[in-house]
Design a protein around this ligand. Structure first.
Ligand code: ZN
Length: 259
């Protein structure tokens, strides 16, 4: 197993070494190693009783904000306590070495940025800011979210007392058009896409690897579970990203130094 893994990592690194524009598409699997569960996964059990498709929706936020905030509170607390892991740091190193141009992430936890990645497209937003549903003023989450997590008091607009909505994309809500446009452009212009820690089940993000492939890019998949794109990928490593990305980054860096 270890031998087979080394071989796959070496093959992936060789492809990476020949690429000129690399994009990483990351999902929940990247952050499970930091203690943030994949809330869409039935395995976590964190949201037992609550269907995230319902409770994390724009509908629920509008008509029953207490239900929504009760759901988001433990997640917000976990995100506040979480630290970037070895997989986040490996991607940040690759970017610093000029071997990775863009990270497109489905995660809202900001761990890529905190690990040092600069060019991050957060498809589903983040908890960094909150927007007033009444006057649309945007407020930094700092302090407000901590207070909410600690005391459970719903965050309200200091200007008009309207409810503040975290700037994350809820079910039934469109992605930010600007971020989505930039992500599609990156996917179309890359010649290598790394899919890391995503089972590619959530649209429209899941369609990005296919767009890259249709324009001639190669794809490397590192994920515990199979994905629909595996059969068209150049290398598929079915393992935890934390066990693979640090070695892969090292191999890419070493291949570069040996040139
Ligand atoms: Zn307001």
């Amino acid at each position: 197993m270890a031998e087979q893994m080394r071989e796959l990592v070496a093959r992936a690194a060789a492809i990476w070494g020949r690429a000129r524009a690399v994009v990483a598409l990351t999902g929940a699997g990247l952050s499970t190693g930091s203690g943030i569960p994949d809330f869409r996964s039935p395995r976590t059990g964190l949201w037992r009783g609550d269907d995230p498709m319902v409770v994390a929706s724009l509908e629920t936020f509008r008509y029953s904000p207490e239900t929504f905030f009760a759901w988001v509170r433990p997640l917000a607390g976990q995100i506040q306590r979480a630290e970037p892991n070895a997989a986040h740091r490996a991607l940040a190193r690759l970017e610093a070495q000029g071997k990775l141009q863009t990270v497109i992430t489905q995660n809202i936890d900001e761990l890529h940025r905190r690990a040092g990645s600069q060019n991050v497209l957060e498809l589903h937003g983040s908890l960094r800011s909150l927007t007033c549903v009444h006057c649309f003023q945007v407020w930094p989450a700092e302090g407000r979210l901590e207070r909410f997590v600690a005391q459970g008091v719903l965050p309200r607009c200091p200007r008009c007392e309207g409810l503040l909505k975290p700037d994350v994309t809820l079910m039934g809500e469109e992605l930010s058009a600007a971020v989505w446009r930039a992500a599609r452009q990156a996917a179309r212009q890359c010649d290598l896409m790394l899919v890391a820690g995503s089972s590619l089940e959530v649209m429209p993000a899941a369609g990005l690897p296919l767009e890259a492939i249709q324009r001639g890019a190669q794809v490397i998949v590192v994920n515990r579970d199979p994905t629909y794109v595996d059969e068209r990928a150049s290398v598929v490593i079915q393992a935890d990203v934390n066990d693979v990305l640090p070695d892969l980054a090292k191999a890419v860096g070493a291949a570069d130094a040996a040139r």
